[in-house]
Design a protein around this ligand. Structure first.
Ligand code: NAG
Ligand code: NAG
Ligand code: NAG
Ligand code: NAG
Length: 351
């Protein structure tokens, strides 16, 4: 070994001597070539440097978005750096989803940031945190389906009732498009198609924004209709308005009567059937309320065979009907409630 090293050293020394020899013709031409080369390379490297700096300044944000994702394209779509493997977040009681106009490869590398942004955007309370459950390619490869859970910060605890209440109203605001998921990072683009997948105690939306309470008259949930559709199938494209129109015809509403409804899914999912359509009747004049309720009960029963006059292809099949048999609603004028009468036969004469 030592011998070999020495031999190399000698070789090296000889080469050095050759280079230093001014009489060597090879050497001067080499010198000329070298200085020419270095002048050229200096010129080019300066240009390269400028181009590189400018390009970097322009491309840096893009590279920041793209580069880490490259290494993730072959990795499984979900790796959870934040997650505790011993906790099954897939069983979390609050789950929701939305879509991003970004390829899944770009979103995966930003999962932690995405969780923080969702948390901030929904204004969650400090006893909860957001866990991204899955990032999947959506229809075309350009979009990503994001599923996330809201879980208690400390494992083994439940989300407080107060936090759940404010979380529910945040979700409902997003569903009724009164607010938007506000993701600030340029990497995510604008989210769309927000859906709730699970919520304890169910989730309800009012397609008209809210059920109006008149200053005079009556408002009450007179009827529940169960349809084999999901909230997300009824809510968009003015379908709720069409449903309202159809029901108004079926129920023979008087001009001073109007109906509003609330769409509920008991599991808290806006994407799975069924949907309970809670029909609210609003009456703004003095009427014989019991008589009207009897009328609605009768009409509903007779038209149930006819799917309540609702097109099957648009609204799905009516799977169940419950009718309010007593005056459960909010009576805003006590004179509306007639004194209990012995037989219904008396009603026409009272009117
Ligand atoms: C994960 O959860 C288990 C059970 O709740 C807990 O004992 C453990 O400390 C947690 N680990 C981390 C890293 O949070
Ligand atoms: C959450 O905030 C409340 C008041 O805003 C505070 O009393 C509580 O200590 C906070 N909890 C945690 C875990 O930070
Ligand atoms: C979204 O968040 C940014 C930064 O937090 C804020 O400046 C902006 O007003 C927010 N937009 C909406 C619509 O909430
Ligand atoms: C309609 O459904 C809601 C929610 O399940 C329930 O609270 C209400 O009592 C029902 N109303 C009728 C008229 O059945």
């Amino acid at each position: 070994m030592k011998k070999q090293l020495r031999a190399n050293d000698v070789d090296h020394q000889q080469q050095q001597q050759n280079l230093d020899d001014p009489e060597n013709p090879h050497q001067s031409s080499r010198f000329f070539g070298q200085s020419c080369y270095s002048a050229l390379s200096r010129f080019f490297s300066l240009r390269c440097l400028i181009v590189l700096v400018v390009s970097l300044a322009i491309l840096l944000p893009t590279i920041f978005c793209l580069f880490p994702s490259r290494s993730h394209t072959l990795a499984p779509p979900l790796s959870q750096p934040h997650a505790n493997d011993t906790i099954n977040y897939n069983a979390a009681s609050v789950q929701a989803s939305f879509k991003l106009r970004k390829p899944v490869s770009e979103v995966t590398s930003q999962k932690g940031a995405l969780e923080d942004e969702i948390f901030r955007s929904i204004c969650l309370s400090n006893d909860t945190k957001v866990i991204v459950l899955s990032l999947r390619q959506s229809c075309s490869c350009k979009y990503t389906d994001v599923e996330f859970a809201v879980v208690p910060v400390s494992a083994g605890y439940e989300i407080s009732t107060q936090s759940l209440t404010s979380l529910r109203s945040s979700f409902v605001n997003l569903l009724e498009q009164r607010s938007k998921l506000n993701l600030t990072t340029t990497c995510f683009g604008k989210p769309y198609s927000f859906q709730v997948l699970k919520f304890p105690g169910g989730i309800s939306v009012d397609p008209s924004g809210s059920i109006p309470v008149p200053s005079f008259g009556y408002v009450g949930n007179i009827l529940n209709i169960t349809l084999d559709r999901s909230i997300s199938e009824i809510l968009p494209d003015n379908k709720a308005q069409k449903l309202s129109g159809k029901l108004a015809v079926t129920l023979y509403l008087e001009p001073q009567e109007s109906i509003y409804f609330r769409l509920t899914n008991i599991q808290g999912s806006t994407v799975s059937p069924p949907v309970i359509v809670q029909v609210y009747l609003v009456i703004t004049i003095r009427v014989n309320l019991q008589l009207r309720l009897d009328h609605f009960a009768h009409i509903t029963q007779t038209s149930s065979a006819n799917n309540l006059g609702l097109e099957n292809t648009v609204f799905g099949e009516v799977k169940g009907i419950t009718i309010s048999t007593n005056l459960e609603g909010e009576i805003l004028d006590p004179a509306l409630v007639m004194a209990p009468t012995p037989t219904p036969a008396c009603y026409p004469s009272l009117c």
